[in-house]
Design a protein around this ligand. Structure first.
Ligand SMILES: Cc1ncc(COP(=O)(O)O)c(C=O)c1O
Length: 425
């Protein structure tokens, strides 16, 4: 076998096709079948009734979630996007309030803020775990700040203690977007359960899923009730239930189905095994890549665990003498699957650049709300921008199964490219 790079006409290092990741098996099939046979595909009622809280599988799934994650309340929803909207609504932001969020996340984390006519303010990340930098968050706080939404990105928890302390010192709520980090640990707690509210995703790209779905968790009775109201047409319920302090609640239909809930129960039971497999593969990959000049494998901070939704690496292009783009092309040509250059930078989306979310007149960035000056230009988050533009290369680790042989094949492809950097220059 020649050592010549595939991109330069040599033989591919990895001839095999990687199997797509799937967390499903006969258990989910049986669970879904049983629900279909029961005839109860949903039992939510959008009025004040016992069924306002959903049917038997919804309740069982939520109970299982509270037990697994050691939290008081779990409110299932039909996506993490819905869950984030419910969470922001539950904390009672006012139109024009500012909510601090990372630009290095999925767009829905920030969109959920705009849904309530509040305004995302982007604070920079740190380049170790790519999570919100607490110092940048503190610098972004103004008299109008109401909350911080922190994403536990790629499977590693953010600096939650520091953010919690900042939130409490300034009278802010902390919401945790744990969509990518189910089962990751932050000290002795699960990611998603440290903040006032945590939100998980159960879409089909995640470690465990229900096709589409999500779960919100909290230990606060009032926040849980407000999320339940927002999930299920709350404006209809406040009167009959006798709620007087939430009459302005806007309800949606964020309800999850019984089939999804039944499959979710099975998925949750598999979560520890599934993340253990991801951690095993990541540990082997990290060991195999360690020492390659100009490449830093993922960092796991003391007291934390990483569940590797992505396997993010940091490149030093000056050491490599090759651009990230050229390197990624060479790795892909060798057969390395699902390689991502950078990530989403939310403040660069056209909606923020042009400050136009509702209608055609720049609402909610209206001068009369005093919010026209919020800056979404390049330069506000230099670390995130540099990581995105030049230095982060990530394997989408939830896209495929990686057994030991597959991990070793990926390691082999990296070494082959690194042994031939001169040829790429
Ligand atoms: C960090 C993060 N937040 C929110 C979401 C939205 O999740 P969902 O598709 O369940 O609405 C995602 C989805 O990928 C995500 O990665």
């Amino acid at each position: 076998m020649t050592d010549r790079l595939a991109i330069l006409g040599g033989t591919k290092a990895i001839p095999t096709i990687f199997q797509p990741y799937s967390s499903y098996g006969p258990e989910e099939v049986a669970a879904a079948k049983a629900v279909v046979e029961s005839g109860v595909l949903s039992r939510f009622l959008g009025c004040w009734d016992e069924d306002f809280y959903g049917g038997p599988k919804i309740r069982e799934f939520e109970q299982a979630w509270t037990k697994h994650f050691h939290c008081q309340h779990a409110v299932s929803v039909n996506s993490a996007t819905s869950g984030l909207i419910a969470a922001i609504g539950a904390i009672g932001v006012e139109p024009g309030d500012e909510v601090i969020v990372s630009p290095w996340t999925m767009s829905a984390t920030a969109t959920a803020i705009l849904v309530w006519n509040a305004l995302p303010v982007f604070a920079d990340i740190e380049a170790e775990t790519f999570n919100l930098d607490p110092h940048a968050v503190e610098r972004a706080i103004t008299s109008r700040t109401r909350a911080i939404v922190v994403t536990d990105i790629f499977g590693h928890p953010a600096d939650l203690d520091a953010l919690y302390v900042i939130a409490r010192r300034h009278g802010l709520k902390l919401i945790e977007d744990a969509a990518q980090s189910p089962g990751a640990m932050y000290r002795d707690r699960y990611a998603g359960t440290v903040a006032d509210i945590g939100v998980f995703s159960l879409n089909y790209h995640k470690h465990i899923h229900t096709g589409e779905g999500g779960m919100c968790v909290t230990d606060d009775d009032t926040l849980a009730e407000r999320m339940q109201l927002i999930r299920n047409h709350g404006e209809n319920i406040v009167g009959p239930k006798g709620i007087t302090d939430s009459i302005n609640i806007l309800g949606f239909n964020f309800r999850l189905g019984e089939i999804e809930a039944a499959m979710g129960i099975e998925q949750l039971a598999k979560l520890p095994r599934l993340i253990a497999a991801k951690m095993h593969a990541a540990k082997r990959l990290t060991a195999g890549l360690r020492g390659l000049p100009g490449l830093r494998p993922p960092i796991v901070k003391p007291g934390c665990s990483h569940v590797y939704y992505l396997f993010p690496m940091l490149l030093d292009p000056a050491v490599l003498g090759v651009s990230r783009k050229r390197l990624a092309e060479a790795l892909v040509a060798e057969g390395v699957p699902a390689l991502a250059e950078g990530y989403v930078l939310v403040h660069r989306l056209p909606m923020y650049r042009r400050k136009i979310a509702y209608g055609s007149r720049n609402f909610p960035w209206w001068p009369q709300l005093g919010r026209a000056a919020i800056d979404y230009n390049d330069g506000i988050c230099p670390v995130a921008e540099d990581c995105n533009d030049r230095t982060v290369l990530a394997l989408e680790f939830c896209a495929h199964h990686y057994n030991d042989a597959e991990v070793d094949a990926v390691i082999g492809a990296f070494h082959k490219v690194w042994n031939n950097l001169e040829a790429l220059r």
